[in-house]
Design a protein around this ligand. Structure first.
Ligand SMILES: NC(=O)c1ccc[n+]([C@@H]2O[C@H](COP(=O)([O-])OP(=O)(O)OC[C@H]3O[C@@H](n4cnc5c(N)ncnc54)[C@H](O)[C@@H]3O)[C@@H](O)[C@H]2O)c1
Length: 326
């Protein structure tokens, strides 16, 4: 709301919350906008072109469906939906109605992730060997989704974006300590076509506050640490080089530990960039960076991970397909 109220090219026309107290609090912050309790009123308003669905995850699918059917362009917070079938239905609906469907994969709009993607695209890191990410804190414990569905969409969207592929399989182990059946901490392991692997650790029950990716390539290694105030990306010219000809085992591998580079990044707020992107896509009727297909790919991995959790960590197979570069 804060961002949309101040963006060029858009006017915050209305806001909706089913909770009257929350609605009143929000309405006081943007007095120019209509405040309504039922989303149907927004769906029926011909002056509204695009709608942001930032309600609880269980309501993403029904709200997005209703709004797409009403002919609106829709930005849905992550995760796009809670089942693969629902996510597929939204992608189909947006395509059939020729509407924009964008998913709140916030990190794809982050200047640090954009920089990382450029490094990978240019081949600066060499072959990607593996990626791991940590998204843990002592934070908002949810009741209607576990830590996997609440946090991992961020990590998965970045990993799929960097590797431009869906995993071959996913294995997940986790545990519910605070509420029965709602995992507080989850460890995910993914294998990708051609060899790369990824590991994701998410938790809302942890003493650390970490939001960090480490990417290990054959040429260089990169750390993206979103908790750093400004120096969020560090590129390490580190690796293990192989000797050209076969010598003794001990001489064949040499450690390279070179410079560390810290690039200057834009400090623009990622959420603002994401909101501006939605406005631009609506105005120009173009495909968002994080579109419905992207949201669906992430939901597929989450759903497979949930099955693996239920099966005690047994790997669950996925398509393992490359996806188009953007
Ligand atoms: N991208 C990010 O970094 C990020 C960060 C935080 C939250 N989120 C996402 O934003 C969404 C909201 O998160 P939150 O922490 O604000 O949740 P919240 O539970 O605090 O707020 C959700 C609000 O939606 C309202 N609501 C629920 N169903 C509704 C309906 N059918 N019609 C109208 N209003 C309805 C509730 O009354 C509540 O005020 C979630 O999907 C979450 O995953 C994303």
């Amino acid at each position: 709301m804060r961002n949309f109220a101040g963006l060029p090219g858009a006017r915050l026309a209305a806001l909706c919350d089913a909770d009257p107290q929350r609605l009143a609090r929000s309405a006081a912050q943007v007095p120019g906008a209509r405040a309504v309790a039922r989303v149907e009123e927004i769906a029926a308003d011909p002056a509204v072109q695009g709608v942001v669905v930032a309600a609880s995850a269980v309501s993403h699918y029904p709200l997005a469906k209703l709004l797409l059917e009403a002919g609106k362009d829709v930005f849905v917070e992550k995760p796009l939906a809670l089942t693969v079938e629902d996510a597929e239905a939204l992608v189909r609906l947006a395509r059939d109605r020729d509407r924009i469907l964008m998913v709140g994969h916030l990190l794809l709009h982050h200047p640090g992730v954009r920089y990382l993607k450029d490094l990978v695209r240019k081949g600066d890191l060499g072959e990607i060997y593996y990626i791991y990410s940590q998204r843990v804190n002592l934070g908002k414990v949810r009741r209607d989704e576990n830590a996997l569905w609440s946090f991992a969409p961020h990590d998965l969207s970045v990993i799929l974006h960097l590797l431009e592929a869906e995993p071959v399989d996913v294995a997940a182990r986790g545990a519910a300590f605070l509420q029965e059946g709602v995992e507080d901490a989850v460890f995910l392991h993914l294998r990708f076509p051609g060899g790369p692997m990824a590991h994701v650790h998410v938790s809302w029950l942890d003493p650390h506050k970490l939001r960090k990716f480490t990417v290990v390539g054959s040429q260089k290694m990169v750390v993206f640490d979103d908790m750093e105030a400004s120096e969020k990306v560090r590129i390490y010219d580190k690796g293990i080089d192989r000797a050209g000809q076969i010598v003794s085992y001990g001489d064949a591998l040499s450690v390279r530990s070179g410079d560390i580079m810290i690039p200057k990044l834009s400090l623009k707020e990622p959420l603002r960039l994401e909101c501006q992107h939605f406005v631009d896509c609506v105005r120009e009727h173009r495909r968002p960076l994080s579109d419905g297909a992207d949201g669906l790919r992430v939901v597929r991995v989450l759903a497979a991970a949930q099955r693996s959790l239920a099966a005690g960590g047994a790997p669950v197979a996925l398509a393992g397909q490359p996806v188009g570069a953007r």
